[in-house]
Design a protein around this ligand. Structure first.
Ligand code: 13P
Length: 248
């Protein structure tokens, strides 16, 4: 049985002091033995967030990192800067990064490889636009994203990865994919991993759904055979996140 993983993506919200306050508020609400819980906070809040989460079941994740070790890359953050302060996870290739910051499948692949080199668990994002869904190319498009993201990734690394399927049209819109739509694509992603590697790897990898997940939609979504939790935006900034983590 795969262990569920429920992550909050705070995006560009909360100052460092607000981040600590929110972690202190959510701490008692996100207690669970049944899932891994991750808070992906803005880079400037990573250090106080790790501190605030000490002694709890909350893991801290970053929302991005660069694929080089160090050097003249103004504004970027290197993987060893994350690991040194106790960060365990890193979101890679979120659709907002692809759309506003020109990330591509190729940069996603470089970042995934670099994250593994440093022992960080990547949460690799994929997902189609509304136009692609309407054109009927969702699965082809997501398979392409996955195939490129995993180039050069070993089977052992792949088994430890987390993939977040986030249809772009469902992000921040309040429009959740239907359970059938979400399960269909998450299953296609697992089949794609089985093709690239093998069945054992496909059975081990964890696949989240993201896009307007709420306290009311979490249970049905997370009960699907191929959905192993969620990547939650807006609702991760509220007490509702406790209900999402304890969705049963
Ligand atoms: P919302 O839950 O706000 O739709 O955001 C989803 C998301 O982009 C998580 O990464």
């Amino acid at each position: 049985m795969r262990r569920k993983i429920i992550a909050g993506n705070w995006k560009m919200n909360k100052t460092p002091s607000e981040a600590v306050q929110l972690i202190n508020e959510l701490k008692p609400l996100v207690v669970t033995d049944e899932a891994d819980v991750v808070f992906c906070v803005p880079a400037i809040s990573l250090i106080p967030a790790v501190e605030a989460a000490k002694g709890t079941n909350i893991n801290i994740g970053a929302q991005n990192m660069y694929f080089e070790e160090s050097g003249a890359y103004t504004g970027e953050i290197a993987p060893n800067m994350l690991t040194e302060v106790g960060v365990k996870y890193v979101i890679i290739g979120h659709s907002e990064r692809r759309e506003y910051f020109a990330e591509t499948d190729e940069t996603v692949n470089k970042k995934v490889l670099k994250a593994f080199e440093h022992g960080l668990t990547p949460i690799i994002c994929c997902g189609e636009s509304l136009a692609q869904r309407e054109q009927g190319v969702t699965i082809d498009f997501v398979r392409q994203q996955i195939k490129v993201a995993f180039l050069g990734v070993t089977k052992e690394q792949a088994a430890k990865s987390v993939i977040a399927y986030e249809p772009i049209w469902a992000i921040g819109t309040g429009k959740v994919a239907t359970t059938e739509q979400a399960e269909e694509v998450c299953k296609a992603i697992r089949d794609c991993i089985a093709e690239i590697y093998d069945n054992d790897t496909a059975e081990a990898i964890r696949i989240q759904y993201g896009g307007s997940v709420s306290a009311s939609s979490a249970k049905e979504l997370f009960s699907q055979p191929n959905i192993d939790g969620g990547l939650v935006g807006g609702a991760s900034l509220k007490a509702d996140f406790g209900k999402i983590v304890n969705y049963k």
